[in-house]
Design a protein around this ligand. Structure first.
Ligand SMILES: NC(=O)c1ccc[n+]([C@@H]2O[C@H](COP(=O)([O-])OP(=O)(O)OC[C@H]3O[C@@H](n4cnc5c(N)ncnc54)[C@H](O)[C@@H]3O)[C@@H](O)[C@H]2O)c1
Ligand SMILES: [Zn+2]
Length: 381
């Protein structure tokens, strides 16, 4: 029996997911320490007001060995949420923060023989190359990432890897092949593989939670590179059209941030997920066009979305999380999309600055080759 309150380190605890994990753990009676460097892209106004006063807050960079060593002192469970995310132009920084940062954290724990009882690492659906699909002829298939040439010709569909027929999306389970088709995705693969492998070698239980697209209060409205719901909300509030990549019919699985926090608590408390990658999602695919419609409805602002045939090489077309594994351990998402979007909008309305940062970022992404445009011929369909 535990003789003390359980002690958590939440890295990235000032951010969207980390802050909700921290709040939930506190309500559950844990002692919580946060390590966060307040990445300026996300936190334009410094330390956010939502960090509870009785939480120990270390403002520092997880890449700094001394800082990380101090943060890990007297901790039972690490909730490793900090990462560099989204579709940013950098390459080295992703590897440095996500891959190197995780590797160094594990090394410190081993070298100092710290009595950590479990490590949860925030992974992502971005580890998959493309969502699982069904071919009319071959049934369940795992297509590879769509070739850039295909996208340049304006063909957004996902073809069967065996017969090239157009497939239909189906939920992706954890045994699907893991790829890493964006720099971000690649570093998420690194983080989960490093953690799961290392945990087995060292005998510390670890879990890699592959979150689906997560949204909700505290999701940065300043970061134009990530979070389709946040971006569409700020676009519409600025009377600007939401912008679709491809044609808006691509689908994603969305999770309200409090559900993701509950999944973290569950994974910390059960041993049924130990040593595993685990999808966390709703199990339902929703098109980006539907998302724009839901936000438009909630705001009662109607501006037709724009689709200019732009696409992001490496991006998957469809991803619905297969959630059997986590549901078998007792997980059930509780907040549906309309409710969650409503709660996010309530929060946004309390924020002063809802400027549009997307327009400027879009130009940068085009310039750096992260966003491409299909050749006009391909758009004639
Ligand atoms: N939001 C999503 O849709 C989503 C989906 C899948 C996976 N994830 C993963 O979940 C985790 C949390 O994401 P989020 O949505 O809460 O992002 P977020 O940007 O809101 O939070 C991340 C936090 O980490 C901090 N951070 C970044 N670099 C750091 C560093 N070098 N040292 C210390 N702190 C640092 C940031 O300041 C920020 O507060 C990330 O690992 C992300 O890759 C998020
Ligand atoms: Zn086929």
């Amino acid at each position: 029996m535990a003789t003390h309150r359980k002690r958590a380190l939440v890295t990235g605890g000032a951010g969207l997911i980390g802050s909700h994990v921290a709040d939930l753990l506190q309500r559950e009676g844990w002692t919580v320490r946060i390590l966060d460097n307040l990445e300026p892209q996300t936190h334009r106004n410094g330390k956010p007001a939502w960090i509870a006063n009785d939480v120990e807050f270390i403002e520092g960079d997880l890449r700094d060995r001394e800082t990380m060593t101090a943060a890990l002192d007297e901790i039972d469970v690490v909730f490793h949420q900090a990462a560099y995310g989204g579709y940013m132009p950098e390459i080295a920084k992703y590897v440095h923060v996500n891959s190197f940062g995780t590797a160094q954290m594990l090394e410190i724990i081993r070298e100092q023989k710290l009595p950590i009882k479990k490590i949860l690492v925030a992974s992502s659906q971005a580890v998959y190359s493309e969502g699982a699909a069904t071919c009319p002829e071959h049934g369940l298939v795992f297509p590879e990432v769509r070739p850039v040439e295909q996208l340049q010709a304006g063909d957004w569909s996902v073809h069967c890897p065996i017969c090239q027929a157009v497939t239909e999306s189906t939920p992706t389970h954890e045994r699907a092949p893991v790829g890493g088709e964006t720099v971000y995705g690649l570093t998420k693969v690194d983080q989960e593989k490093l953690t799961l492998l290392w945990g087995k070698q060292i005998g510390i239980p670890t879990v890699a939670l592959r979150y689906s697209c997560t949204y909700g209060p505290r999701q940065s409205i300043f970061n134009p590179y990530t979070g389709v719901i946040a971006i569409f909300c700020t676009r519409l509030l600025n009377n600007l059209p939401p912008v679709f990549y491809e044609d808006g019919e691509q689908t994603r699985d969305f999770s309200f941030v409090e559900d993701i926090a509950r999944a973290n608590l569950l994974a910390a408390e059960t041993d049924r997920l130990d040593g595993l990658p685990v999808n966390v999602g709703s199990g339902r695919g929703v098109s980006i066009r539907e998302i724009a419609g839901l936000i438009s409805d909630a705001l009662d602002i109607r501006i037709p979305p724009e689709a200019k045939g732009e696409f992001r090489p490496g991006e998957m077309r469809h991803l619905t999380s297969g959630t059997d594994r986590i549901r078998a351990a007792g997980y059930e998402p509780q907040v549906d999309l309309p409710t969650g979007i409503g709660r996010y909008l309530d929060w946004i309305r309390q924020q002063g600055d809802v400027r549009d940062y997307f327009s400027e970022a879009a130009a940068i992404l085009r310039d750096k080759g992260i966003v491409h445009r299909a050749k006009p011929a391909g758009l004639r369909r």
